[in-house]
Design a protein around this ligand. Structure first.
Ligand code: KIV
Length: 255
């Protein structure tokens, strides 16, 4: 799997399947289940370290988990989050940090944020580092936003999100994660962009879905947009396959 395969999936209107993963045992299982893409997310700050936010994750910590995952995920497209404070300063330092993650097996780095990232995206992509961007709810900005909430419900926010998504694509972003984005807005973004969109809590009219692995196993927080697939399955492997099939058939999410 590579980014071109994901773009082909969008063109063929086949849904992209993605889950977070932080260790080699699950990475091997996800690969066996033929998941398209793994995200080594900085959600590990909350679900692995037990912290209140994702802000505490360091470059060394995410690199450690990335290495664990990459040893067993040679056929699954591997994306890694750039942790808070590793990409905000300037494009040169961001490249230096991103290169360490590419060295550890990442095929793409994910940056949370909007228009202020344009110069950095261009800098990274022209130097061979593929970039995924992340709009809507930005967990790394939780202290600025104040709480987890839906984005893109007002006309103003909708217009801003569509405009920002377009400029991220033009700057070189090759994939876009939409977190907690109003479903009509994520549909419009998905229709306007050539690059694939992958949603979490953003409705069904996107090119793919991502969830935190522990949420489909029913051991995460009880989130309204997530689903415990394990309670309807006989094993963890069956649970992962059920998630993949539900996304592929457009049965998850329901709306
Ligand atoms: O860190 C993470 O798990 C994420 C997903 C919520 C998309 O960014």
């Amino acid at each position: 799997m590579n980014i071109k395969d994901l773009v082909l999936k969008k063109e063929r209107q086949e849904k992209i399947t993605m889950l977070t993963c932080y260790d080699s045992t699950f990475a091997e299982l996800l690969e066996r289940c033929k998941l398209d893409s793994i995200l080594v997310g900085d959600s590990l700050g909350m679900v692995i370290k037990g912290d209140k936010t994702t802000l505490t994750v360091s470059l060394d910590e995410i690199k450690y988990h990335l290495k664990c995952v990459s040893t067993k995920s040679s056929n699954t497209f591997l994306i890694v989050d750039m942790p808070f404070s590793t990409f905000q300063e300037n494009p040169e330092k961001t490249f230096f940090h991103a290169a360490k993650l590419m060295d550890s097996g990442a095929q793409m780095v994910k940056l949370e944020g909007g228009a202020w990232l344009l110069e950095t995206i261009e800098f990274l992509t022209t130097r061979g580092v593929p970039v995924c961007t992340h709009l809507g709810m930005l967990p790394q900005s939780i202290h600025k936003i104040g709480c987890y909430r839906k984005f893109g419900s007002s006309e103003h926010e909708k217009e801003l999100l569509v405009k920002t998504a377009t400029s991220l694509e033009n700057a070189g972003s090759e994939l876009l994660i939409l977190e907690l984005v109003n479903s009509k807005t994520s549909k419009q973004i998905t229709e306007v962009l050539k690059i694939p969109t992958v949603g979490i809590g953003s409705g069904k009219f996107v090119d793919g879905q991502v969830l935190v692995l522990y949420d489909i196993l029913g051991i995460g927080k009880k989130l309204s947009f997530a689903k415990d697939f394990l309670s309807e399955s006989n094993s963890i492997e069956e649970c992962i396959k059920n998630y993949i099939q539900s996304v592929k058939k457009g049965m998850f999410p329901e709306n």
